[in-house]
Design a protein around this ligand. Structure first.
Ligand code: NAD
Length: 283
């Protein structure tokens, strides 16, 4: 089994993006700018923010962090949000989620300027993904999966792809992105009757269930390409994906697979950078 390493996808993407940013600034243009909004100190959000900042620096995208207390009053937060939303120097907005419940995430999804919605949370961008329109923004994680498949030289047209998971963050938008690229898509979820059979039919199997090592050799054919989106902590406190790679290796299943960590997750922030650059260039 060949391992598809996220770092290789990232290196290729970063190189391309950095060259485009350089072209823009050499021509006298302002570099793209991302606003990162974080409410509270949730460790996974703090660490995602750190990773995003580093990635933007590497590519030449400027960024500004806005950090608010978890008990911030709703109207005050909306005022801040609206101010950043209309700021002409801000090209993209990343709102780290989940937000504290009283801030009503749904309201912010509707408020965000779709042109700055670089993580594809607004209903307008969701509709654009559904319609296959290219001037919107898909959420970064599903698009990272597409980047990985493209890097691996996979032509999706006509391929049987099974996606395990139907969330609005990963499974559903990813299924639409695949469909827009002419794949034949099956979406599985908790009520799917025979998950192993649905998975075994796939030429490309994508795991986005959030269940540690849910998919084993029983789910995977010899020639299947397996993309693992899952980021879980197992019973020993170790980071792991939704796919049991050891089981696949022992059985000689899968022609290629992404590891966790070091797979799709690392590509997400480069897709974020790509979106910020696109938002800047569309202005
Ligand atoms: P979620 O909990 O919102 O959705 C999980 C989906 O999987 C649901 O639709 C559910 O029906 C399905 N599912 C769960 N258990 C199943 C089972 N046993 N059989 C079949 N289907 C099952 O999770 P999410 O936000 O979509 O995230 C999924 C995974 O991806 C998580 O591990 C998450 O940490 C990871 N994730 C990774 C990134 C990244 O950058 N790589 C970003 C977001 C999420």
């Amino acid at each position: 089994m060949e391992l598809i390493k996220g770092a290789e996808v990232v290196a290729a993407l970063n190189k391309r993006l950095a060259a485009e940013v350089e072209k823009l600034t050499e021509a006298g243009g302002r570099p793209p700018k991302l606003a990162i909004l974080r409410v509270g100190e949730q460790p996974d959000q703090v660490s995602y923010e750190r990773g995003a900042r580093k990635r933007m620096d590497k590519i030449g995208i400027s960024h500004q962090e806005y950090v608010y207390p978890a008990d911030m009053e709703k109207e005050l937060f909306y005022q801040e949000f609206d101010r950043i939303n209309v700021d002409s120097e801000t090209d993209g907005i990343l709102l780290l989620r989940p937000l504290p419940a009283h801030l009503e995430e749904k309201e912010l999804e509707r408020r965000i300027d779709p042109a700055k919605d670089v993580d594809g949370i607004s209903p307008i961008n969701q509709a654009k993904v559904m319609a296959g329109e290219k001037d919107g923004f898909a959420p970064c994680t599903p698009e990272a999966v597409i980047e990985v498949l493209e890097y691996a030289g996979v032509n999706l047209s006509g391929k049987r792809v099974t996606v395990v998971g139907r969330s609005m963050v990963v499974g559903k938008p990813l299924s639409l992105l695949l469909l827009n690229r002419h794949a034949t898509v099956t979406i599985c979820h908790t009520r799917t009757k025979d998950l192993p059979a649905e998975c075994r039919r796939a030429e490309i199997l994508i795991a986005a269930a959030g269940r540690p090592r849910l998919l084993t050799a029983e789910h995977v054919g010899e020639q299947t390409i397996v993309i693992d989106v899952g980021i879980n902590v197992d019973e020993n406190g170790k980071l792991c994906g939704d796919v049991d790679l050891a089981s696949l290796e022992a059985a000689g299943a899968a022609s290629a697979a992404t590891p966790v960590p070091g797979g799709v997750g690392t590509v997400t922030t480069s897709v974020l950078a790509k979106h910020v650059l696109e938002a800047r260039l569309r202005k």
